[in-house]
Each structure stands twice: as C-alpha cells, then as structure tokens.
Design a protein around this ligand. Structure first.
Ligand code: C5P
Length: 219
C-alpha cells in the first residue's frame, strides 16, 4: 500500500504526511529531502557531473514519521534546509534525465512495501499506481502566511509581500515548465487546506483510506 501526498510548498504536505505515517506506523519518504541531499552532496563534493551523486554513499532511510539522511556515516538532515540547498535541488530537478534516475532510486528503495510518499510528482511519476493519491492545495496568500510565520519562528527576517511574490513566481514556473509540469494526478483526491487544520486534513486522509480498504474487502 502506497499513499502519495503531493502539493506545493506551504500546502501542509510535510506535516500531514508525517502524521499519517505515525498513525499508520508505516515508513515516510520525503522525496524533497532526498533531492536536497543529492543537491547538497553534489555541491559539497564539487561534482562536475551531478549524476555521480548516485555513486556516493548517500543513505535515504524512510522511517515512521521521519526520513533519515546519512552521508559517509553521518546524519546530515540539519544541513539540508538552507535556501542555497533548496535552490540547487530545484535546479538539478530540471536536468534532463535526473528525475527519471532519482525516481528509479525511490522505487528501488521502497519496493512493494507500505509507505507514505511526499513530493510533487509522487502520484504522477514515482508511484502512478499508488492506492491512495492526495493532492493538497491552499491559496497562495495562505501558503505565504504559513511560510512567513515559519521564518519568523526560526528567528529570520521576512517580509510577507516578498514571500508571497516568491510563491507566485514559483507556482508559475512549476506549472509551466516544459518537462514534467507540476499537476495533480488525474485520480488524485484534491484537498484545499486553506481553512483546515493539520488534524482535519489527517482525519480526511485516514477516512479516505478506510473507504478504499472497505471497498477492496467487498471485492
Ligand atoms: O520539498 P522541498 O521544497 O524540500 O523540495 C526541494 C526542491 O526539490 C523543490 O523545490 C523541487 O524543485 C524539487 N523536488 C521535485 N520533485 C519532488 C520533490 C522535490 O522536483 N518530488
């Protein structure tokens, strides 16, 4: 059983995916964190050819409610959240062939096992046959507010209007890129989280899952 949870930044997908993984007691794969890990290692090791990262000793370890990232025996999770690493991750994500290669890595990593998979294309390209596909949305203003609040909590200076502008630009770029434009899978369930709490979204996902299980039992 695979549950994919996709959506743009600020839609609440990480919080929801972690909580669903915890409630079900099944591993959680944060694919964005893996993109970041590969981006970080390619920068740190000054790789000319980014594809060489797949030969490096990077371990992505999906666990209940967290995805652990180990490089050369060290947990590097803390180093992956900077803007610089995020930017590099977005760049390598657009290189021809990179998505195919990393998606193969994700499929080999999880095999047929149960997992909650969070990303942008988990339901469209990584696991197109997932049993339950969720696509979270929220208004750009709400997503900007959440991001702005998060930056403030981290003690960083942030201007709401600038955060909103960056989000609108990123939405436009993601939806219009020629290769793999960012869209929900046709069979994904869309949930608008603008006026919902994390708990309400988690409840909705678990209810949908029960419905699917009920149907498959009835044959
Ligand atoms: O989710 P997060 O913001 O940490 O992901 C970092 C970047 O990696 C994204 O901005 C996106 O460009 C890329 N990414 C992707 N496909 C995924 C996950 C992440 O293109 N499934």
């Amino acid at each position: 059983m695979k549950i994919t949870i996709d959506g743009p930044a600020g839609s609440g997908k990480s919080s929801v995916a972690k909580e669903v993984s915890k409630r079900l007691g099944i591993p959680y794969l944060n694919t964005g964190l893996a993109y970041r890990a590969f981006a970080y290692v390619s920068m740190k090791d000054g790789l000319q050819d980014v594809f060489e990262v797949f030969e490096r000793p990077i371990q992505i370890v999906p666990q209940v409610a967290q995805t652990q990232v180990v490089y050369e025996g060290e947990d590097i999770q803390d180093r992956l959240h900077s803007e610089e690493v995020g930017r590099r991750a977005s760049q390598i994500a657009t290189l021809p062939g990179f998505r195919e290669r990393i998606n193969r890595f994700f499929r080999e990593l999880l095999g047929e096992g149960e997992a909650v998979v969070e990303g942008r294309d988990a339901g469209t390209h990584i696991f197109p046959r997932a049993e339950l596909k969720i696509f979270l949305t929220a208004s750009a203003e709400e997503r900007a507010k959440r991001r702005w609040q998060q930056l403030k909590r981290e003690g960083l200076q942030a201007d709401y209007e600038e955060v909103l502008k960056a989000i609108l630009e990123r939405d436009h770029r993601d939806a219009n890129r020629p290769l793999y434009p960012f869209r929900p899978a046709e069979d994904a369930v869309l949930i608008d989280t603008t006026h919902m709490s994390i708990e309400q979204v988690v409840h909705k996902v678990l209810t949908l899952l029960e419905e699917i299980k009920g149907k498959s039992l009835k044959g």
